[in-house]
Write a protein that binds this ligand. Sequence first.
Ligand code: AMP
Ligand code: MG
Length: 468
Amino acid sequence: MTLTIPFDNSYARLPDRLFARVKPEPVRGPELLAFNHPLAASLGMTGDDDIEELAQVFGGNLIPTGAEPIAQLYAGHQFGHWNPQLGDGRAVLLGEVDGQDLQLKGSGRTPFSRNGDGRAWLGPVLREFVVSEAMHALGIPTTRALAAVATGEIVQRERGLPGAVLARVAASHIRVGTFQALAGRQDLEGLRALYEHVVARHYPKADVPLAFLEAVIEAQAQLVTKWMSVGFIHGVMNTDNCAISGETIDYGPCAFMDEYHPLMVFSSIDQQGRYAYARQAEIIVWNMAQLASSLVPLMPDADAAVADFTKAVHAMPARLEALWTAALGRKLGIAEARAEDLELAARLLKLMTDQSADFTNSFAALADGTARDQFTDRAAFDAWAQDWQARIAEEDDPEGVMRAANPVLIPRNHRIEEMISAAVEGDLAPFSRLMQAYAAPFTADSEFDDLRRPPAESERVHRTFCGT
Ligand code: AMP
Ligand code: MG
């Protein structure tokens, strides 16, 4: 084997009830579809030039030297309902490289698979590949895509579809639901081991559970603000899909908005709109309350802990509002927004809602001076723009601030769907083109002008799916 991956697997040294040792299930005809060489190099991998071997390793047929494959246990609240036993049902953690998790998703059944087949099909694998790398280029903490491998097998969904495996890299895959699983079983020793592992790995400055909770709250507040500032809707913010590290994880039915609406929902399973665009800022507080609850058993005095943790969670909405004000301010060209600037931004968002204006293009056009073209009621926009101009007259470099905050390219749903349809037919050219375009989302290369266009009515994607 020429591929060398410098593994050091700290999670596999934790108490063994936190995971199950399980190997990926081999696949019939692994074929490498994509490989992220710069990411591999940044992790210290070498010898990644044998395409056959990469397909064998990241398809799950060949366990690389030093790997200790495990499926991780977790629990979680799914759409608000407690599920005491989830876990990696179609993923295995090969091990840790440079302190980060290297995981295969779609790699076959595990003890946590329940009725699932442990597999993934090509569509969600390429979707996560493109969207997670686009998120990274947008400056948003996220799992990274290392490899995509076609399995040469058919997975049975509503119809037979080509199977694939995604290799992804994360700071870790430890979730709010990982803490919940141990707290739920009253496994204090396991909970303490997990807590100590996570503090050492992600929040070494946190000296007590309260400091840890506050650090996760801050990371998640930053993350959700970043999502919302680019019109991203995660789609399934269950506590098992909420990473302790503060990275975006589990790209299932996620979507970027085209026209702005605060209650926009794409996920086919989110029928109540629990995870709608603007609700993400409330849901993340709810998720942090669940994390707080699961940390209480670590404390000697439960009543005092509940009081302290509740205070930390109750402070989160104000922190989110401050971050959101700052983020919207930058989108308007204001380097350091004041509290009253939120009203100016809210008025623009209201115009965008009323006139179904495209979120990305409207903000991007502010710096070009063409934003009024994005609105049907131009007089209403002009009235707002007068106040906006007056406000940014106080700023040093409003255009520079706007260009750094407003991407021109986002992975629009219809482009992702188009890319998947082509890939199913064996054509990976659209995949490669999207990867190239989304690597530089803040620059307007005319070669990619077509990717800036919102969907025509016939191209519109109304629903997205978990891809299970
Ligand atoms: P998700 O909503 O995609 O985060 O998945 C929820 C749970 O279902 C997780 O524990 C997954 O591992 C599990 N799961 C999803 N799809 C499959 C599948 N095809 N086979 C086995 N388990 C799955
Ligand atoms: Mg998940």
